[in-house]
Design a protein around this ligand. Structure first.
Ligand code: AHR
Length: 849
């Protein structure tokens, strides 16, 4: 036996590691069976999910440098109106909180010297109908100094010395103006880096173009347009692009950010979202036809994540990005539902055909011959060869009976028009055998599951797919996953290791899990709406979080086939005990108005608590919403996202909770909590996920796991249900109207483990072993290769680790937590690999031929 000693990440980069026999007993035994290669790992296993969130597109990957170029930024979300400066409302009365932008967001007026000028947002004589607003810039006095309008870009315009920038805009003037306008690129402290004088503006809209070469460097420059005379000038579609975009595409992408995607060698790209596909209202959903063609005629839309999007990075640009990355396009379409039931907006059955037609038109645009209606538009937009859409996902995070109907209708039509396309359904559609009769004709190819959880959850769920039902041959796509709870910082090593443990489990189950993508991908540090993200950037710099490096390591080290791999871990588990099962009860509803009555808690035949609400609701502590007692039952007043009322004692153990519940109106059913104390509780959600499932869940230290299987179920509004839950010695039995729906054992505290999977690259004769060590000390892993024809003594280890789990990358230290490669020597059929504390290692071994 040989040993490879790995000391620290620093040592790794400096030396090739000598190996020698060890006398230390191993902590973990990893056995790899080469005689029984398992499932093929999908070539499309690791990809990217792109959504314009956190200014990922505008002010991010999309290289446009002018913010609010079309002066449409202040328009409210589609089908909504501003109620005040922080609220919009839709016709159904559904409200959303968004900050109302200033009329001329990102633009400012400059009056220096003896001048008088003003700027206004106007809708007179628009450039085109889809772009009704423009900037009216009027100079009434210009004696000395300057009158100008300036754009600050997306928190600054980054300019580099010697770099060239393409400026364009549309303008017209009145008869007082001389028709001249000076464009300058100016640094933060006022220096001029480039200038160009435009003359000959007329009283009709005309396009002006110039290339500016910057004489200086500043990540926070601005564009200034100064009037050459008194008079009025109208401006629209003011655009500034670096000449160098990724692959030099016009209307292209920021090269450094696109390169980071390319470096991951993604096999697919899921686009354009996410929630943005669904919209805050149905009208607000991404409508691809409004995102193609001449940019000046694209109306843009209100991005559900709180800002206005130009849609300059539209359907065509996404397809081009896929082609340039060599990634299979995965197009997500709207299934007639707005995001997460906002305003309860669901398209009527007879409207679904429009949603389907829209999707079919998109597919024709991408793949149709140039003789077809939409194929011809693609050709006119500069791409006569078809793009190749490989995957279509019907809806995003949708669920419930409406979704089942929509999915069935849309999926079957897409499949018959494009049999080669692989269709993907949203998670909650997975049906048990006995539910299939309720939704006949639903045909599933792949199901998309999403997880935003703690590192403990992901480590725990590393075995999730080991026991998944495979009887229906439906593949799993984990379309969105990220550690977003349990101290992920802004993307630290702890988060990356949790995700890596989960990825180990996905790859080990490659027969089932065919694809995976982290989410979200990008964050502009000036607009962090979601945390964490994979790639962090400002105007001129970018770095990958440890999660970026981890998923890239998996993608670049994808084997062809899985090898059966077992891990036997000898950890000291003394001191790990079953969580103490105690806690109060709570009643709850999600986006729903519900009522509850005759609540009783019994223990060994004795009543611990009883409330018939005849004396009000004094026993209950309310969080969110207003609760009232009406006709002897306790109801939440409106339909806020999550209404909860808690009662009882955190010391209660082994009890039965008995009550009646009724849904009045809203999106879902009702929820009952028990054993609620601190970060621990159990949740029986009856009619969750858009009133589509019945699920029992447990929060252990704020980490939520399902107990048993989710069952398809919808609560009937207006009907009283009898609920009873018995808790005894960690066993939970849940009865609905006398029927036993769940009989599950509660889970104890999370027990960490070493996680490993391996696979083979057949052509190269290489074994790739991935090991996640989430412990704070190094672990000696005794690796045994069964039936190996012999192992070449030299190999490599690529290791992601750092001094602390809290460690993150930053603009100052972009590679603080990044993988380092080291050479391994003296490898053999059995060897010891010392996995560093808190690490992900990818060990590559060559087999003798
Ligand atoms: O990734 C961020 C959001 O999370 C996505 O838009 C949505 O699909 C999920 O809820």
């Amino acid at each position: 036996m040989k040993v490879c000693l790995i000391l620290t990440a620093v040592v790794l980069t400096a030396y090739s590691l000598s190996c020698g026999p060890t006398i230390l007993p191993p902590d973990a035994k990893i056995t790899i069976d080469l005689a029984r290669p398992g499932a093929a790992v999908s070539p499309d296993m690791y990809g990217i999910f792109f959504e314009d969130i956190n200014h990922a597109a505008d002010g991010g990957l999309y290289a446009e440098l002018i913010q609010n170029r079309d002066f449409e930024y202040n328009r409210p979300p589609e089908d909504m109106r501003w109620v005040d400066d922080s609220t919009v409302i839709n016709p159904q009365g559904w409200k959303e909180r968004y900050r109302r932008p200033a009329d001329l967001h990102a633009w400012s007026l400059i009056q220096e010297g003896s001048v008088a000028a003003r700027m206004q947002l106007v809708d007179e004589e628009p450039l085109n109908v889809t772009n009704p607003q423009s900037l009216r810039f009027e100079v009434t006095h210009l004696e000395s100094g300057r009158a100008a309008v300036a754009n600050e870009g997306y928190w600054g315009i980054p300019v580099q010395k010697g770099a060239r920038y393409r400026l364009s805009f549309y303008a017209r003037k009145d008869d007082r103006s001389s028709g001249s306008l000076m464009a300058t690129l100016e640094g933060l402290s006022g220096e001029t880096f480039a200038s160009h004088e435009f003359t000959g503006l007329t009283e009709k809209w005309g396009r002006c173009d110039a290339t500016l070469t910057s004489g200086g460097e500043d990540p926070q420059a601005r564009l200034v347009l100064s009037a050459g005379s008194r008079g009025t000038i109208w401006l629209d579609c003011v655009s500034l692009f670096p000449e160098e975009t990724w692959k030099n595409r016009p209307n292209g992408l920021r090269a450094d950010l696109a390169r980071m995607l390319d470096d991951m060698r993604p096999s697919f790209l899921r686009f354009p979202g996410g929630c943005v596909v669904e919209g805050a209202t149905l009208e607000n959903r991404i409508q691809w036809k409004r995102t193609v063609g001449e940019v000046a005629a694209r109306p843009g839309h209100w991005n559900l994540w709180g800002y206005r999007a130009t849609d300059g990075m539209g359907f065509h640009e996404f397809l081009q990005l896929c082609e340039d990355l060599g990634a299979a396009p995965m197009y997500v379409i709207n299934a007639g539902m707005s995001c997460q039931g906002r305003g309860g907006m669901v398209a009527r059955k007879d409207e679904l055909k429009h949603y389907l037609q829209d999707a079919l038109d998109a597919l024709e645009y991408a793949m149709g011959p140039v003789t077809s209606r939409w194929g011809a538009v693609r050709e006119a937009n500069g791409h006569s060869e078809p793009f190749d859409i490989k995957y279509v996902e019907v809806g995003n995070e949708n669920s419930g009976p409406d979704y089942h109907e929509a999915y069935k209708f849309i999926q079957s039509a897409i499949k018959s028009a494009y049999p080669g396309i692989v269709t993907i359904a949203n998670e909650q559609i997975r049906l048990r055998e006995d539910d299939r009769t309720r939704f006949p004709g639903v045909s599933l190819e792949m199901v998309d599951e999403h997880f935003y959880q703690s590192p403990e959850f992901f480590c725990d769920q590393s075995t999730r797919y080991d026991t998944y039902d495979r009887s229906d041959s439906v593949g799993i796509y984990v379309g969105e996953f990220a550690v977003s709870a349990g101290k992920p910082g802004m993307g630290n090593l702890r988060a990356a290791l949790g995700e890596a443990a989960f990825m180990v489990g996905m790859e080990r189950n490659a027969d089932l899990v065919r694809m995976a993508s982290y989410a979200p991908t990008f964050v502009n540090i000036r607009d962090r709406r979601w945390n964490p993200n994979m790639i962090v950037f400002n105007t001129s710099q970018a770095y990958g979080t440890p999660s970026y490096h981890a998923i890239k390591m998996f993608s670049l080290n994808r084997p062809d086939r899985v090898l059966p791999t077992t891990v036997e871990l000898s950890v000291d588990s003394s001191g790990l005990r079953q969580e103490h099962l105690r806690g109060a009860i709570a009643l709850s509803a999600w986006n729903t108005m519900a009522e509850f009555k005759d609540v009783r808690v019994e223990k060994n035949g004795k009543v611990l608590f009883e409330d018939d609400f005849s004396r009000g609701a004094g026993h209950w502590t309310q969080k969110q919403d207003r609760w009232d007692v009406i006709d002897g039952s306790f109801r939440n007043e409106s339909t806020v996202m999550e209404a909860i009322a808690t009662a009882g004692d955190s010391t209660w153990t082994d009890y039965s909770l008995i009550l009646k519940a009724r849904k009045i109106s809203g999106d879902e059913g009702f929820i009952v909590y028990l054993l609620r104390h601190g970060d621990n509780q159990c949740i029986w959600n009856i009619g969750g996920w858009g009133n589509s499932v019945d699920v029992l869940m447990q929060d252990r230290s704020a980490t939520r796991v399902d107990l048993g299987k989710r069952q398809v179920f919808s609560v009937a509004a207006g009907k009283w249900y009898d609920i009873r839950i018995d808790v005894k010695d960690g066993r939970l039995r849940c009865f609905l109207d006398g029927e036993l729906r769940h009989d599950e054992q509660l889970r104890g505290p999370f027990i960490p483990s070493v996680h490993a999977t391996s696979g083979i690259c057949e052509q190269q004769g290489e074994v790739i072993l991935k090991i996640v060590n989430p412990f704070a000390d190094s672990k000696i892993c005794r690796v045994e290769l069964l039936s190996a024809p012999g192992v070449v003594p030299e190999g490599t280890a690529l290791v992601l680790t750092s001094g602390s789990l809290e460690d993150e990358n930053s603009f100052e230290q972009p590679e603080r937590v990044a993988p380092r490669t080291t050479a391994l020597r003296d490898l053999d059929g059995t060897f010891d690999y010392i996995s560093p504390p808190n690490s992900l290692s990818i060990v590559r071994l060559k087999l003798r031929r």
